[in-house]
Write a protein that binds this ligand. Structure first.
Ligand code: ZN
Length: 372
C-alpha cells in the first residue's frame, strides 16, 4: 500500500467497527443519450471512445436500478441488513428543446423526472428511487442541481463551439475532445471562471435543495460537488438546505475564480465553523474503467488498509459501472464484480456493517455530542 494511501487514513475519527460505505456519484444526470447518438457523435468527430463515461454512462434506466437492487438485496451484513448505496444525485438536466427554441440566449433546466419522460426505458425510475429509499438499498444524497457548469457551457454554445454544439444536438454532455482538440470543460458545476459566478451558485444550491426534497421526500444531508470542488463559501447555502456532511479531499483546493485557489488540509470527522462534518473517501471501485486491473482485489486491499487504521471504508464507485442502457455488457460486468466484492467483504470481515454516508455522519456526530 502506498505512502499516500496510508497517509490518507492517518488523521481523524476512528472506530473499531468494520463500516463500509458506498458513495456513488452521478445518478439522475444525463450523459450520452443513447447508443445511436453515441455512434453518430463518434462518426461526426467527437472522440468519445477514450472515456468509459462517454461510452457507457447514461441516465439510469428502469432495469439498471432493478438489477442493482437485486444484487444489493441478495447479501446481508452482521446486522442482518443489505448492503446499501449512497447515490450522489443530480435533480435536474438542461432542457435542450427550450434552450434551442430561445436561440441559446437563456439557460433552462427541467427536473430529472421530466427528463425520464423523454427516455424510452425510464418510466419507473423515480418510483424506483423511492423504492430504493424505502428498502434502504439506494438512499440519495446531493451531487448538485445539474452536472453542468451552466455559465461555461452556455458561453461556449453561444460562441458556436462546434464540438459542444454537436453534443448538444444529440442531447448529450461530457465529451472532452472534438477531432482530437480539447473542448471547454463543462461538467464541474461549481468551478467559477470569475468571482462573479459564485453568486449564481448560491441560487443553484438553494434550488437544488428544493428539488431534492420534492423528488426524494427528505432534505439532503450530505453533499459532494460535481467534478471539482465548490468555493468554500458554499458551505453556508449548503447548510441552509440541510447539508450536515461534506465529502472532502484530504488536500482540498477551493476555487476563488480567475484561476486562483485557497487550499485546506482535511480529515475524516473534521468540523467547520457551521458544525458541518467532513467525510473523506479512502477506497475506489470502478470496474468499467478498463485501465484498472482486478478491481475487486484492489478495493479489498484499500478496505483492509482503512480497517488497519481503524477507519470506516468509504468507497467511491460511479454510476457508470452499473449502467446497461447503452451497453448491457457494461452493467453485467459491473454487477458481476460488485457481487464478488460484496461476497469477499462479508467473508473476510463477518462483523461488517454497511452504512449510508449520512448514517456514518450521524454516528460521528453522536460521538462528538457524547464527548462534550
Ligand atoms: Zn459526478
Amino acid at each position: 500500500m502506498s505512502f499516500r494511501k496510508n497517509l490518507s487514513n492517518l488523521f481523524g475519527w476512528r472506530t473499531k467497527r468494520k463500516i463500509v460505505v458506498f458513495e456513488s456519484d452521478d445518478w439522475g444526470s444525463i450523459r450520452t443519450r443513447s447508443k445511436l447518438d453515441y455512434e453518430e457523435m463518434l462518426k461526426k468527430g467527437l472522440n468519445l471512445q477514450t472515456s468509459h463515461f462517454n461510452k457507457f454512462d447514461s441516465l439510469e434506466s428502469n432495469s439498471d436500478l432493478t438489477s442493482l437492487f437485486s444484487v444489493l438485496s441478495s447479501y446481508k451484513d452482521s446486522t442482518a441488513r443489505n448492503p446499501v448505496f449512497t447515490p450522489m444525485c443530480l435533480l435536474a438536466n438542461p432542457n435542450f428543446e427550450k434552450i434551442k427554441s430561445n436561440d441559446f440566449k437563456e439557460y433552462y433546466y427541467e427536473p430529472f423526472t421530466e427528463t425520464c419522460k423523454k427516455y424510452p426505458e425510464h418510466d419507473m425510475v423515480h418510483s424506483l428511487w423511492l423504492e430504493g429509499i424505502k428498502r434502504r438499498l439506494f438512499v440519495p444524497q446531493l451531487h448538485g442541481r445539474e452536472h453542468l457548469n451552466v455559465a461555461r457551457w452556455m458561453g461556449a454554445l453561444k460562441n458556436d463551439d462546434t464540438g459542444l454544439k454537436l453534443g448538444f444536438n444529440h442531447g448529450s454532455i461530457g465529451a472532452t475532445f472534438f477531432n482530437n482538440i480539447k473542448l471547454p470543460e463543462h461538467l464541474a458545476a461549481f468551478d467559477p471562471e470569475s468571482p462573479s459566478d459564485i453568486e449564481f451558485y448560491k441560487d443553484v444550491i438553494l434550488n437544488a435543495g428544493v428539488l431534492f426534497e420534492e423528488i426524494c421526500g427528505y432534505k439532503p444531508q450530505h453533499f459532494i460537488a460535481s467534478k471539482s470542488p465548490e468555493p468554500k463559501c458554499m458551505e453556508l447555502p449548503l447548510s441552509q438546505i440541510g447539508v450536515k456532511y461534506l465529502t472532502r479531499y484530504k488536500v482540498q483546493k477551493y476555487p476563488l475564480g480567475n484561476g486562483k485557489f485557497d487550499w485546506q488540509f482535511n480529515w475524516l470527522g473534521k468540523r467547520n465553523k457551521l458544525g458541518q462534518i467532513y467525510l473523506t473517501r479512502n477506497s475506489g471501485f470502478e470496474p468499467s474503467d478498463k485501465s484498472i486491473n482486478n478491481p475487486v482485489a484492489r478495493c479489498i486491499n484499500e478496505i483492509d488498509n482503512a480497517f488497519k487504521w481503524e477507519k470506516p471504508a468509504i468507497i467511491s464507485t460511479h454510476r457508470v459501472n452499473y449502467i446497461g442502457f447503452l451497453d448491457v455488457n457494461n452493467r453485467g460486468n459491473g454487477l458481476k464484480f460488485l457481487s464478488q466484492l460484496l461476497k469477499k467483504i462479508i467473508e473476510k470481515w463477518p462483523q461488517v456493517e454497511f452504512m449510508t454516508s449520512a448514517e456514518l455522519g450521524d454516528l460521528i456526530s453522536q460521538e462528538y455530542g457524547k464527548k462534550k
